[in-house]
Design a binder for this molecule. Structure first.
Ligand SMILES: Nc1nc2c(ncn2[C@@H]2O[C@H](COP(=O)(O)OP(=O)(O)OP(=O)(O)O)[C@@H](O)[C@H]2O)c(=O)[nH]1
Ligand SMILES: [Mg+2]
Length: 448
C-alpha cells in the first residue's frame, strides 16, 4: 500500500522483486544501485543476510520525483527466494505496490518459475487492499544457452495479457532499468487510483526504513515460533491454524450480512492471526479462536467444516435463520461467512473485540471508581429490561456474553443448535451483576 510520510512530506510506494530462488532478484537491485546516482538514492541494505542468498530482503530507497505536486519516494525491496523463508516473502508481497517477477529463463528452470509465478498470483489474490497490484515479468538470464525468449516464456508461465514481459541479462545490467522504470509506472498508476479514492494511510513505523522492516520480520518469526511451541504444548492446539479465506474467495450468498459483512471481512488483517486459548467466554462451543493485530476475533470449528460448498451454505443459512430475529442485537461488524478450506469448506464467525459486561464491571471495580461502577450497573439494568422485552433465548444472556457497544446492547454468543431455550426472564442480568460485584468487592473467586 502506498502511504503518506507526514514527517518527510512524501508519498511512499514500494516496488517488490519477487521470483524463484537464485533467479537474479538481488542482482537487479545491485545493478540499479550502480545505475542510480547517490544523490537520488539511499544506501543499499541487506539486513540479516551474511552470505550470497538473501535471508530477509534487499532494500534501496529512491527519490522518485513528483506526483500531483507531492514528492514521491520509492522503496525497492527484494524477497528471499528460498522456500523455507516463504513467510517473509509473503509478508513483503503483501506490501507491494508493483511487483517485478524475475524469472530464470532457462528451460531447465521453467517448472520452478511456473510454481513461483503461481505463488505470486495467489499471494496477490489473497490481498484485499484497493486497486490491483501491477505485475511485470522480467525474463532474466537471456544470455544462457537454453534460455526461453521473453514472449514464449510469458506464454509458458500463462501470464495474462496485462503482464508486460522484458528480457534481461541482469548480471550485466541489461533490462534492469527498463523493468524498474516500467514497474514504477505501474506503481504510480495504482497510487493515482488510490489517491483518488482517498485510500492512502499514514506510513506505519514498520515501513520507515530497512531497519524497521527487518525488526518487523524478526518479530513475525518470533511470534510464529512461540505459536509453534505453545501449539505443541497443548495437544488440542496441535492442528495448524485454518486459513481465513480472502474476500474474493467468499462468494455472494456465502456471507451474512451481505454488504456490511463484506466490508468487515475486508478489514481483517490476515497476516498476524494467531490461535488463542482459552477462547472468549462467549465463544460457541468447540470453536477455535483466532486473533490478530486488529480489532477482530475470528471463530471457526471442525463442526463447521463440510465437504461441499452447498453443504456449507446450507449450514450458514440455518444459522442465519436463527440470527435474523436477533439481528438488531448483534455486535456491529459481526459477520458469518463460508470459504474454501483445503479440499472442503468452512464457516467462520467474525466479531469485534469488545468488553463483556462482566469485564466492564471488573474493570470499574478494579479502578475503585464508584461512579464508573454505578454507570456500568445502570447499563446492565437497561440491557436487562431490553433483553427481557425482546424475549431473547436464555442461553444468549449472561454477564459474560453480553456487551454494551456505543450505548447499544449486543449479544456476543450464538444461539445453540437445539430447539430455542426458554426466553430470558427479566431482572436476571442486573441481579447477577450485583451479586458479581459483591464477590469482586469481597475478593472472592467467581464460582464456576
Ligand atoms: N548468467 C547469468 N547469471 C545471472 C543473471 N542474473 C543473475 N545471475 C546470477 O544468478 C545468481 C543468483 O543471483 P541472485 O541475484 O543472488 O539471485 P536471487 O534471486 O536474489 O536469489 P535468492 O536471494 O536466493 O532468492 C548469481 O550468481 C548471479 O550472478 C543473468 O542474467 N545471467
Ligand atoms: Mg537475493
Amino acid at each position: 500500500m502506498p502511504h503518506v510520510d507526514r514527517r518527510a512530506g512524501e508519498i511512499v510506494m514500494r516496488i517488490v522483486y519477487d521470483g524463484a530462488p537464485e533467479s537474479g532478484k538481488t542482482t537487479n537491485i545491485r545493478q540499479l544501485a550502480q545505475a542510480i546516482s547517490l544523490q537520488r538514492r539511499g544506501a543499499l541494505a541487506s539486513p540479516g543476510t551474511s552470505g550470497r542468498r538473501t535471508e530477509f530482503f534487499d532494500w534501496m530507497d529512491f527519490a522518485g520525483g513528483y506526483l500531483d505536486g507531492r514528492r514521491v519516494r520509492c522503496q525497492v525491496v527484494s524477497v528471499p527466494g528460498q522456500p523455507e523463508l516463504l513467510r517473509r516473502r509473503r509478508y513483503l508481497l503483501d506490501t507491494a505496490d508493483a511487483v517485478i517477477f524475475v524469472a530464470d529463463s532457462q528451460r531447465s528452470r521453467l517448472e520452478q518459475s511456473a510454481r513461483d509465478f503461481k505463488l505470486l498470483r495467489r499471494a496477490l489474490a489473497r490481498r484485499q487492499s484497493g486497486e490491483a497490484v501491477g505485475v511485470l515479468l522480467q525474463a532474466n538470464k537471456q544470455d544462457l544457452g537454453d534460455a526461453i525468449a521473453p514472449g514464449p516464456l510469458a506464454e509458458a508461465l500463462s501470464a495474462t495479457a496485462d503482464v508486460q514481459v522484458i528480457g534481461a541479462k541482469a548480471h550485466v545490467g541489461e533490462g534492469v532499468m527498463q523493468a524498474f522504470v516500467t514497474a514504477v509506472r505501474l506503481a504510480t498508476d495504482r497510487l493515482r487510483e488510490l489517491m483518488l479514492s482517498g485510500a492512502i494511510g499514514d506510513l506505519p513505523e514498520e515501513a520507515r526504513s530497512a531497519d524497521d522492516l527487518y525488526a518487523t520480520l524478526v518479530g513475525i518469526d518470533e511470534r510464529a515460533s512461540t505459536l509453534h511451541s505453545s501449539a505443541s504444548a497443548e495437544s488440542s492446539r496441535n492442528e495448524p491454524i485454518p486459513e481465513v479465506p480472502s474476500v474474493s474467495q467468499v462468494a455472494s450468498g456465502a456471507l451474512w450480512p451481505p454488504v456490511q459483512g463484506r466490508e468487515s471481512l475486508l478489514s481483517v488483517d490476515r497476516r498476524a492471526l494467531r490461535s488463542v486459548s482459552p477462547p472468549a467466554t462467549w465463544a460457541p462451543p468447540d470453536t477455535r479462536e483466532l486473533r490478530g493485530a486488529d480489532r477482530w476475533i475470528l471463530h471457526t470449528s471442525d463442526r463447521w467444516r463440510v465437504a461441499s460448498e452447498s453443504e456449507a451454505r446450507g449450514a450458514l443459512l440455518a444459522l442465519v435463520r436463527r440470527l435474523v430475529p436477533l439481528a438488531e442485537l448483534m455486535p456491529a461488524g459481526r459477520t458469518l461467512f463460508v470459504g474454501p478450506d483445503g479440499d472442503g469448506w468452512r464457516m467462520w464467525m467474525q466479531t469485534p473485540r469488545v468488553k463483556t459486561l462482566e469485564e466492564s464491571l471488573a474493570a470499574a471495580a478494579d479502578a475503585n471508581d464508584g461512579e464508573r461502577v454505578a454507570t456500568v450497573l445502570e447499563d446492565i439494568e437497561r440491557a436487562d429490561s431490553l433483553l427481557a422485552a425482546a424475549e431473547v433465548p436464555a442461553d444468549l444472556v449472561g454477564l459474560d456474553r453480553v456487551a454494551i457497544i456505543d450505548g447499544r446492547v449486543a449479544l456476543l454468543g450464538l444461539p445453540t443448535d437445539s430447539p430455542p431455550t426458554a426466553a430470558f426472564v427479566a431482572s436476571g442480568l442486573a441481579d447477577a451483576a450485583r451479586e458479581h460485584l459483591e464477590r469482586l468487592r469481597a475478593g472472592a473467586p467467581r464460582p464456576p
